[in-house]
Design a protein around this ligand. Structure first.
Ligand code: GLN
Length: 517
């Protein structure tokens, strides 16, 4: 069973179809594993009861020979900013700590339609505002890599022996804001998880946790039931251990949704990756603006090495420029705060969410409820957003940022029109920092650094993917990002798979001594 937890979805599904293993056995093992890795704090809620019921339904389908496809009986996790009916959906905020939605997010419905089993809801920065999963009501999520949990329970093949400098208090952040989803997948408690990605929240934790992290084209996947951060940039993201697993999940959740008018109207054509991949006809741009100060020597070396691999396989590597890149994150900060001010105005203590105990006027009710319910990061963003949206400031900030957004998108268009097929960049500038290093800077400053390479794709609505490349000298994941023109997921995932096969990032396995049966 231990081996099965680190297998691909396809392999596990084959065993389920063969009758070699029951979905409920897999589910039970995954739930047990969540207890073992609890110190990492990946989950806000482990939905063991729901998972048990869903898995025994899958058992019944297995007995009747009526399984629903490759996701039937496969454990998954979902970031706790997606509505799942009947249980808590907290956004890791006191404001929603006791909120239980009356409907399901479309992405969850679609996974359930294919028989996937919900293991739990995962930790995040409050309302997905952050890049470290350190600003959660439930405490920070810790990275598996560089942790005691890794050395205790997992093994992996590696070329060099990592500098083992594990120290109790020097644990690494998981990245964010979907850090809980990343750690849930990295530890093997589930095969894939949904994150959300507004500025990098799926790709950033994927980079630090050694996973595939896909941000699909804006509008390809429904946002219905995803509690919004910045409506015109939010997309559901996928975290998985392999590109093939990512494709299975994407094919299950993508496509038009009448409940989300911003989803694309044309029918979704499932991605089907070729058996043998030829990259020789690809023109891959290397944007110079992504080679910023602060990029670590090791990330730079990965970037050079993968470019070389691609070139050796016949691809053209083309130095390119995206001149407005540096403005992206600044404009994002403005737009983000404006949307936050507006989206979070509904939490007033009246309809749902936290309500302050004592108050003597409606004004006092709002004031107390909101100051008790939100953390300082959220409150700061609401205040700044309302300032940007004042009648006298609106043009100066919001309108200007929107104009710049157009220029950033046009930078990308110019490259695609100039026959560039894909862009290759770092995802994060370094390996995962320690908690102490990370929290020396505030949430806003960290976002400026962490989202530098990831945020422009959200500005332009492009699909982008994190691919883990190798382990650093300290034994931590180093990753790169690929970006493609809108709706070119097929090309993006194909190239990502080629890189995956070429670099062979180490696969984690549970040690035999850690028996979960
Ligand atoms: N780090 C960015 C922010 O805090 C992006 C977060 C996200 O993608 N959800 O806003």
């Amino acid at each position: 069973m231990n081996k099965l937890l680190s297998s691909s979805i396809r392999e596990v599904s084959r065993r389920i179809y063969d009758g070699a293993v029951r979905p409920s056995d897999i589910c039970e093992t995954c739930v047990k594993l969540t207890a073992l890795v609890k110190p990492l704090n990946a989950y806000v809620t482990v939905t063991s009861d729901v998972a048990g019921e869903q898995a025994s339904d899958a058992d019944a389908r297995q007995r009747r020979n009526s399984l629903l496809g490759q996701l039937d009986g496969i454990p998954v996790a979902i970031k706790d900013n997606y509505c799942v009916k009947g249980g808590p959906t907290t956004c890791a905020s006191r404001m929603l700590a006791n909120f239980s939605p009356g409907y399901n997010a479309t992405v969850y419905e679609r996974l359930r339609k294919r028989g996937a089993v919900l293991i739990g809801k995962t930790n995040l920065d409050e309302f997905a505002m952050g890049s470290g999963t350190v600003d959660s009501l439930y405490g920070p999520t810790k990275n598996l890599w560089g942790s005691e949990v890794l050395s205790q329970f997992y093994s992996y093949e590696s070329d060099g022996s990592p500098i083992n400098e594990w120290k109790k208090d020097a644990w690494r952040i998981a990245g964010g804001s979907s850090g809980g989803s990343a750690v849930a997948v990295a530890t093997g408690t589930c095969y894939a998880a949904l994150g959300s990605d507004t500025g990098g929240s799926t790709r950033n934790p994927a980079s630090y946790c050694g996973l595939i992290g896909l941000k699909p084209t804006y509008g390809l996947v429904s946002r219905y039931g995803l509690i919004p951060l910045l409506n015109s940039m939010d997309v559901p993201g996928i975290l998985a251990r392999t590109v093939d697993d990512t494709v299975l999940i994407l094919n299950a959740i993508a496509g038009p949704d009448p409940a989300d008018p911003t989803t694309v109207q044309s029918e979704y054509v499932p991605i089907n990756l070729p058996k043998t991949i030829d990259v020789s006809n690809l023109r891959i741009g290397i944007p110079k603006e992504y080679g910023v100060r602060g990029i670590s020597e090791e990330v730079q070396a990965c970037w050079d090495e993968v470019s070389r691999h691609l070139e050796e396989a016949g691809a053209s590597i083309v130095p390119v420029s995206l001149p407005h890149t540096d403005y992206s994150i600044v404009c994002y900060s403005v737009l983000n705060r404006c949307d936050v001010a507006s989206n979070l105005a509904c939490y007033d203590g009246i309809e749902y969410g936290h309500r302050a105990d004592e108050w003597s006027s409606a004004h006092e009710l709002y004031k107390k409820t909101r100051s008790e319910g939100f953390n300082d990061v959220v409150k700061g963003r609401i205040l700044v957003g309302n300032y940007f949206l004042l009648a006298e400031n609106y043009k100066e900030y919001y309108v200007k940022a929107m104009k710049m957004r157009r220029l950033i998108a046009q930078d990308f268009d110019a490259l695609w029109n100039g026959n560039i097929d894909l862009l290759l960049t770092p995802t994060t500038l370094t390996e995962a920092p320690t908690y102490d290093e990370f929290t020396q800077l505030d949430n806003q400053t960290q976002c400026l650094i962490q989202d530098h390479c990831t945020q422009p794709a959200n500005m332009a609505g492009l699909p982008a993917i994190n691919v883990p490349i190798k382990l650093s000298r300290r034994g931590l994941p180093l990753s790169l990002q690929l970006m493609a023109p809108i709706f070119h997921e097929q090309r993006l995932l194909t190239a990502a798979k080629w890189i995956e096969q070429t670099v062979r990032f180490p696969r984690l396995e549970l040690k035999d001594s850690c028996l979960l049966e």
